[in-house]
Design a protein around this ligand. Structure first.
Ligand code: AMP
Length: 614
């Protein structure tokens, strides 16, 4: 018998499969997300749909689609889909079969044995139903693994010493928090709490309600009533906006021709700020903290007993989650393992160990350093111009983009100096200066002017820092090569000296040209970013608001735009677009910057023509 054992996260919203291949545990599957939506359905012609295709038709044809079947596992009640009845384990088996097929394609071998994860609170009946689903899909389930255990394995807490960790898992439709002790292969879940009906979908609902209300205000039409297509588009737009708000302080939502009235297309156009969004979801996130308190209490542990907080589930990318956890526990949560894939990777670690491989943890590319900019704030009760808070936090997976919002500190301020540091100290001068530039010619307004500072760090260690005046889109940026290389003692000393000199030569200004945000995007795709490390000036920025981001935002945004347009494209364009998606995926996987640039440029051009035609 082959020694292949796969690890599977059979999730409520998404499912993934992982295995040991190429010297490490990897999540297998097509596309860049490698996540299979846990959705099963039938097309109008009765064809079986599993994953993305089923999820896409869910809003329009709920009677032909089933999602979140995990909630029904263990029940003997059948669910009706497309006119046929199924037991929950039969629906789960269809999802498992598809995942096994993904593994087959990736490894050239069909897996026969699997480790499958389940929530810690699953009863025997629910665990048995999961085993049965495996058997129905042709998989011998060699171990049912608790999800918090899988997460702690993915994060490397199965190394032999004893650790107590808090695992906070917020997915699309469920929330779980567990306090776990891990020692080698033995993991004990001391306490678990949660809410089976709380997750990112609720955040989408709140945002979609806000969009629907805005549309009603603008056009007098309530799209929530009797217009399933418009309603489905609104929820999609809400989810996309929500994800963007995890890394941008503002998001502009535009849905063309959401409704047509008397042959006149009516558009939705609205801008939502992170602050407004966070105010909406705050009560929900705060309710998760009550569960954290209960789990700690039941486990007999105090916040200070925790060695780490591990974040699991796509919705933990929401920055409010991290900031409230830091406030409550006083520990920076770890999110260096991709939160959507952590459970699958942990199942993969267990599967590899059961197959006889000594796998300690999974490997991820993370930034070993924090990066940020200095700002005018308060230290010890006095204004201090070198306050510092990281924008990119160390141990975050690469590539990534993060944006923070700052305000000018004086009325009519027209220039801001941006000093970029590597380090974690609250005093910028104790960190390492890695670059600096000025943004000039800002609109002279009496009120505080918003300046967005966007940082992008890629796998090659290239750090791009842009300052954008929100009001006008005016942008100035620099590119810092080798940002991930450890600095030598001399370089550090030289950096400190430069800071000192910088503040002694205040008032001199560099004469630089302006660029718009569009130019910036163009430049990034062309790989031709402005460099500017010569600057001085006296004006400061103040008040950061934390913002997070994920992924290579430009490329992801491009791919997302393209995917949304696929259905509307002519066959030839669609073929070309799919071909370019594959090229981009490949180039990203092999980190081939030239190929990526070429494919992204070609896709951008194609979309330009496609958008002009439809
Ligand atoms: P999971 O069940 O772990 O796959 O998580 C899925 C949920 O994570 C969905 O509600 C997604 O909308 C949400 N999600 C994915 N990416 C992000 C993001 N960048 N910010 C906030 N939520 C996200």
């Amino acid at each position: 018998m082959s020694d292949l054992i796969v690890g599977i996260d059979l999730g409520t919203t998404n499912s993934e499969i992982a295995a040991f291949t190429g010297g490490q545990v990897r999540v297998l599957g097509p596309g860049d997300t490698r996540m299979l939506p846990s959705c099963v359905g039938f097309s109008a012609a009765g064809e079986l749909l599993v994953g993305e295709a089923a999820r896409n038709q869910q809003a329009l044809y709920p009677e032909r689609t089933v999602r979140s079947i995990k909630r029904q596992m263990g029940s003997q009640e059948k669910v009706r889909v497309g006119g046929k009845d199924f037991l929950p384990q039969e629906i789960s088996a269809l999802i498992l079969r598809e995942l096994a097929e993904w593994a087959h394609r990736a490894l050239g071998e069909r897996p026969q044995r699997a480790v499958i994860t389940v929530p810690a609170y699953f009863s025997d009946a629910q665990r048995n139903a999961t085993r049965e689903a495996g058997a129905l899909a042709g998989l011998e389930v060699v171990r049912i693994l608790n999800e918090p255990t899988a997460a702690s394995l993915a994060y490397g807490y199965g190394d032999g010493s004893r650790h107590t960790v808090l695992i906070y898992d917020l997915g699309g439709g469920t929330f779980d928090v567990s306090v776990v002790t891990v020692e080698g292969d033995i993991t004990e879940v001391l306490a678990s709490h949660g809410n089976n009906h709380l997750g990112g979908d609720d955040f989408d609902d709140l945002l979609a309600e806000r969009l629907a209300a805005e549309f009603e205000k603008q056009h007098g039409i309530d799209v929530r009533k009797g217009n399933p297509a418009a309603k489905a588009r609104l929820w999609w737009a809400a989810e996309e906006a929500k994800k963007k708000l995890s890394f941008e302080p503002y998001v502009k939502i535009r849905e063309e021709a959401l409704v047509t009235r008397l042959f006149r297309p009516l558009h939705l156009e609205v801008e939502i700020s992170r602050d407004e969004y966070e105010a909406m979801i705050r009560p929900l996130v705060e309710s998760t903290l009550d569960s954290v308190s209960k789990a700690l209490q039941d486990s007999g542990k105090k916040p200070g007993d925790m060695d780490a907080i591990l974040l699991v589930g796509g919705s933990t990318r929401t920055p409010l989650v991290s900031s409230l956890l830091i406030e409550k526990i006083g520990l920076e949560p770890r999110q260096d393992v991709h939160p959507d894939l952590a459970v699958a990777l942990g199942a993969g670690v267990m599967a590899s160990r059961l197959a006889g491989r000594a796998v300690e943890r999974v490997l991820v590319d993370v930034s070993p350093y924090s990066f940020g900019v200095s700002y005018l704030g308060e230290r010890g009760g006095y204004p201090y111009p070198h306050c510092y808070k990281p924008i990119i936090r160390r141990n975050t997976p690469l590539p990534l983009t993060r944006t923070e919002r700052y305000l000018t500190s004086h009325p009519y301020q027209t220039q801001v100096d941006v000093q970029v540091y590597q380090g974690d100290d609250e005093d910028a001068l104790k960190n390492i200066l890695v670059g600096d530039f000025s943004i000039e010619g800002l609109t002279a307004i009496e009120d505080a002017n918003e300046i967005l500072c966007r940082m992008r760090l890629d796998l090659d260690g290239i750090l791009e820092v842009a300052a954008v005046e929100k009001l006008t889109g005016k942008t100035k940026h620099i590119r810092i090569e080798n940002a991930l290389r450890a600095k030598s003692a001399e370089e550090i000393a030289a950096g400190r000296k430069r800071i000192q000199e910088l503040y002694e030569t205040r008032g001199e200004m560099a004469d630089e040209e302006w660029e718009t945000t569009e130019d910036l995007e163009e430049d990034v795709l062309e790989g031709d970013v402005l460099e500017d490390d010569e600057a001085a000036g006296s004006n400061a920025i103040e008040m950061p608001a934390p913002v997070h981001a994920d992924g290579n935002a430009e490329i992801e945004g491009l791919l997302e735009r393209s995917r949304r347009l696929l259905a509307k494209m002519h066959a030839e364009d669609r073929e070309e677009a799919i071909d370019l998606h594959e090229k981009i995926d490949k180039a990203m996987a092999s980190r081939d910057a030239a190929a990526l640039k070429e494919a992204a440029g070609a896709l951008k051009e194609l979309l330009f023509f496609v958008e002009g035609r439809i």
